[in-house]
Design a protein around this ligand. Structure first.
Ligand code: HEM
Ligand code: HEM
Length: 311
């Protein structure tokens, strides 16, 4: 009788870092939502100083005014995300388990969060120029996508995915990468619309959503059509497409309810609109995360079989 193939390395025997990574993602999502609320309510300059707020760690205005609440609690959520990410990177490095790629991704994610904090803080010191605000908006999604990739690397799904010999390496990977990049480009356009209030940027963002839709739909259709037997591909593609359709619908709502004058401090009076637009921003980040997860999964499923792979 031939000897059974060794079981693939399983994260189930070491699920802690995977769970912590999910915690980082949850905390980052909360930070993005609070950041989006900060912008939507025009509260970005609620505190003109940084790293402290009004020279304190817990200023009175952070619980007495809405603008102070959004901006200060955004900073606190960001700090918590950073600390969790640091703990995760240290855990992976000190325990010397997990792949070298996972350790490098954890390090890269930590550096991105640090950079994100500095760009946010420098933006405040400079009275929120467009360049720092838009960079901050795009970097947030890249940070989120990096931790989505890391969660996948640490997941049971990654350990269990065997190479799909019938599918050539190139096409699926390129299509999935293009879908994820199109979503980041869409954020850049949305960020420009939001922070410059340019009608040109706004309508380019609206028009580009159909290009994004086609690119993501083609990537998902290819993955489902050619790799249907790979566990997780169908479910992930279905969630991605549903979220994308929801996002386009929400975009039209955002267009209707936004203040034509853009991000103004008086928007804080209209919390319903601010919340709707902020959900559009958060869903944008979740879409980038899902598209990154699809790319990571397709990448894994189309690798060349190695010695440890079951066939
Ligand atoms: C994990 C780190 C962070 C993440 C993921 C993050 C994310 C975000 C996001 C998504 C927005 C909304 C952008 C938009 O809707 O266009 C935002 C806004 C903002 N963030 Fe952060 N942020 C982080 C850290 C910080 C820090 C440390 C500061 C320090 C001051 C900061 C200051 C701001 C400000 C002032 C805004 C409003 C910008 C504007 O309206 O122009 N952020 N953040
Ligand atoms: C492919 C689908 C879409 C994605 C992924 C997406 C994503 C985003 C993101 C991430 C932002 C904020 C950028 C930032 O962080 O600063 C944004 C802003 C915005 N999006 Fe979209 N969007 C999509 C489609 C649409 C559509 C179809 C519309 C309208 C018909 C729309 C209307 C808006 C508006 C009005 C804003 C700016 C809101 C403001 O001025 O504060 N979006 N979008």
């Amino acid at each position: 009788m031939p000897a059974a193939a060794p079981p693939p390395p399983s994260s189930a025997s070491w699920p802690g870092p995977f769970r912590l990574c999910l915690g980082v993602l949850a905390c980052a999502a909360l930070t993005i939502l609070k950041g989006a609320l900060t912008t939507s309510t025009g509260s970005g300059m609620a505190f003109a100083d940084w790293p402290l707020s009004d020279g304190e760690l817990m200023p009175e205005r952070s619980y007495r005014t809405l603008a102070g609440f959004f901006e200060h609690f955004h900073r606190l959520a960001a700090a918590t995300t950073g600390l969790l990410a640091l703990a995760l990177a240290l855990w992976l490095h000190l325990a010397r388990r997990g792949s070298a790629r996972a350790r490098a991704t954890a390090f890269g994610g930590g550096v991105l969060i640090l950079l994100q904090g500095v760009v946010g803080g420098v933006g405040v010191r400079l009275n929120l120029p467009t360049v720092t605000s838009v960079t901050h908006a795009v970097l947030a999604q890249l940070t989120f996508a990096t931790f989505a990739w890391l969660a996948y690397l640490l997941s049971e799904r990654h350990a269990q995915t065997v190479p799909c010999a019938a599918v050539p390496v190139g096409a699926g990977r390129r299509l999935a990468a293009l879908g994820a990049l199109a979503l980041v480009a869409q954020t850049l356009l949305g960020g420009l619309a939001r922070h410059t209030n340019s009608a040109h940027a706004l309508w380019t963002h609206v028009g580009n959503s159909f290009v994004v839709f086609v690119l993501v739909a083609v990537a998902a259709a290819f993955a489902v059509g050619r790799m249907a037997e790979v566990p997780g591909i169908k479910g992930l593609s279905r969630v991605l497409m549903t979220a994308l359709i929801l996002q386009i619908a929400l975009g039209f709502v955002a267009l209707l309810v936004r203040n034509p004058a853009g991000k103004q401090p008086e928007n804080v009076e209209n919390l319903g609109s601010a919340a709707l637009i902020s959900v559009h921003v958060l869903l944008g980040a979740l879409l980038t995360m899902l598209a990154t997860a699809l790319f990571a999964h397709v990448h894994r499923a189309t690798r060349a079989p190695g010695p440890g792979d079951r066939r």
